[in-house]
Design a binder for this molecule. Structure first.
Ligand SMILES: Cc1cc2nc3c(=O)[nH]c(=O)nc-3n(C[C@H](O)[C@H](O)[C@H](O)COP(=O)(O)OP(=O)(O)OC[C@H]3O[C@@H](n4cnc5c(N)ncnc54)[C@H](O)[C@@H]3O)c2cc1C
Ligand code: FES
Length: 367
């Protein structure tokens, strides 16, 4: 009985896989969409070869839409407004678009296929995004699973970015990964040092790009990335700032703290940085140095479960618990969060309860 069920399931799966293959081949070989015109922001017109995703078609024209999952339809950062064309909304898009976005014609550019003329709207700043060639000049261990990579720019030789923004690193094919992929990494260096960028990367077990960074990328190797992207930057208000990060989520705050240091920023700022164990914390000396130069800046490392032998005497438990222990209310504060989805969602809930409205909570979710 069980064998028969397995046989039937295998037969149905094979038939479905075969049909999908036939459809993909038909689309590639038989359907020729020819050149298609894409009108961008009402005036700029680009002619692209039909049949590819809008994301990759625009990339070929050197218009780089952010994409954190490399076009797999899971990150939701490749949104563009489609005014004309593009076909119906796909089931792969709906989970990542709010009702208002769907009504306004927002689509995931990695899921929209160019099959005819299209009219789209994208933020003007994306025209300034460029592709950079660089050389990996330094790789430094920060923890057992986090490294800091320094990339010296070669072409163009300088970059201009706002502290808190990210780039998309190109991970080439390597043994075990046949396709080129792009992944987002926050810039973790001084924005005034415009000839290089630092990235702080945490290894994801079996992750395509992090495996390449940790096991294949060597000092001296060429690298390529696009950017800068993102709206995670320090708002120009007098409101006190609460920073919360976990793991490699510390990256954009390093850049933001450099910016604050150059500006002699005296605004009240408290930074909670969480790790599971003491071995997960990094850059403690650099944070201490920022504390010494920034008048109103306090750094609070938090360890969820310190081992007794670590003799940890600082805050313990979840980073959100440490925030709740430190403050009764946070009315009149702004929240800046960076790290994994679980931490971000928990922190948003806590900050909301403590009095920070949603529009004053800014975050970059590493997903
Ligand atoms: C705006 C933005 C900025 C980012 N900045 C940074 C940064 O500064 N430093 C940094 O280390 N990462 C950062 N990330 C995450 C990064 O883009 C990659 O998602 C991450 O490095 C994993 O890539 P990968 O190719 O190695 O794994 P993939 O091959 O994409 O993933 C392999 C598997 O692991 C799961 N997975 C993916 N990411 C994680 C994770 N973080 N933890 C646990 N499981 C995971 C996936 O669901 C998948 O099942 C950022 C993401 C975004 C959206
Ligand atoms: S690139 Fe990630 S959803 Fe489109």
């Amino acid at each position: 009985m069980v064998l028969e069920i397995i046989r039937d399931v295998l037969a149905v799966s094979s038939a479905a896989a075969f049909l999908t293959l036939v459809l993909v081949l038909c689309e590639g070989l038989i359907l020729n969409y020819g050149p298609c015109e894409v009108t961008i922001n009402g005036s700029r017109k680009e002619t692209v070869q039909g049949g590819k995703s809008l994301l990759s078609s625009l990339q070929e024209k050197k218009i780089f839409i952010p994409s954190a999952c490399g076009g797999r339809g899971t990150c939701g950062v490749c949104k563009v407004k489609v005014l004309e064309g593009g076909g119906p909304l796909l089931p792969t898009e709906t989970p990542l678009l709010t009702k208002q976005e769907q009504q306004a014609g927002v689509r995931l550019s990695c899921q929209v296929k160019v099959r005819g003329p299209l009219a789209i709207e994208i933020p003007e700043e994306l025209f300034r995004v460029r592709q950079y060639q660089a050389r990996c000049s330094r790789i430094e261990d920060l923890t057992y699973d986090m490294k800091r990579f320094t990339f010296e720019l070669t072409e163009p030789e300088t970059i201009s970015f706002t502290a808190g923004q990210y780039v998309q690193l190109r991970c080439p094919p390597y043994k075990g990964s046949r396709e080129e992929v792009m992944r987002a990494y926050s810039i973790a260096s001084d924005p005034l040092e415009n000839r290089r960028i630092d990235l702080i990367i945490r290894r994801v077990p079996k992750g395509i790009c992090t495996t390449w960074c940790f096991d294949y990328l060597r000092q001296g190797d060429p690298v390529s990335f696009t950017g800068p992207f993102g709206n995670f930057y320090l708002r120009d208000t007098q409101t006190p700032k609460l920073f919360i990060a976990g793991g490699s989520g510390i990256a954009p705050f390093v850049s933001i703290l450099w910016q604050m240091k150059h500006a002699n920023d005296g605004r009240q700022t408290v930074f909670f940085f969480g790790g599971n164990r003491t071995e997960d914390l990094c850059l403690l000396d650099e944070m201490k140095a920022f504390e010494q130069t920034l008048l109103n800046f306090r750094f609070v490392p938090v360890v969820a479960e310190p081992a007794p032998e670590s003799r940890w005497s600082g805050q313990t438990g979840l980073v959100t618990e440490a925030v709740q222990r430190t403050f009764e209310r946070l009315d009149g504060w702004e929240g800046y969060l960076c790290g994994g989805p679980g931490m971000i969602e928990a922190a948003i809930r806590v900050l909301r309860q403590m009095g920070i409205p949603d529009e004053k909570i800014y975050y970059d979710k590493f997903a």
